[in-house]
Design a protein around this ligand. Sequence first.
Ligand code: ZN
Length: 286
Amino acid sequence: MRDFSNDCANLALNTATLGHMLEGRGAGWSPEQVIDACAERGFGGLVLWRREVGGRAFEIGERVRAAGMQVAGLCRSPFLVGPLAFNSVSETVEDFNAAVDTAAELGAATLTVVAGGVVAGSHSMSESLKAVTEILASVAPYAERNGVKLGLEPLHPVYGGDRSCLVTVRDALAICRNAGSKNIGIAIDVYHVWWDLALEEQLSTLGDVRILGYHLCDWLAHTKDTLLDRGMMGDGVSDLRKIRRVVEDAGYDGLCEVEIFSEDDWWLRDPEDVLDTIVQRFKTVC
Ligand code: ZN
């Protein structure tokens, strides 16, 4: 297992951690302010959101690299299926390709992909997963041609209905194989897998599927909101060290991305303090 106690070269910030995910949340820092603050602290990379990148993807990507960091990823694809998805598959594909274009301009290694919830009227996780697989198979070649890997992220089962019919690593691996593209890998997020005692067993069946991202935060014992009350590493009940060991044993050696959506706590704090806390926790409890 890698030793993170001395530096932050393997640490990445998902900018939503500073409240960028929703309009009017957080301190409202520009991408440039975030880049400078992370570079000063020795972060290895950043993960940005489409809404903050806008039409400036190339410029922002260059700025990140000039500051000595990587653009580890872009959030995110549209929901592919379910109640939060576009009305038609053609709109979904169009938006997906636009996300790929932005990721390519940004020089982002990976585009995070969210599956979306259960297809209306299907009453079926498996039918919904099949629909996800079909859409992914159709968009993967375009992403591959543009040099953007697709990081399929299984979400916690609490989101099964609306945000993600994909709730286990097992099913994510099946989609990667069935979609028939080596350009699709998986992303592991502590928030979504911390409860799963079968994580190690599932990751032992990776085969040639790659882990493209590892996301850090914590699950608070008394969480007040399953979307916007994520905990800082060390404040919750997840076995962070064990999860990282399992992920690294499965071959992951990339950046660890801190991704904390916390509207009543961390988004209300001074971003400088949030970043200092992340650095300290990364070195001591992750
Ligand atoms: Zn995540």
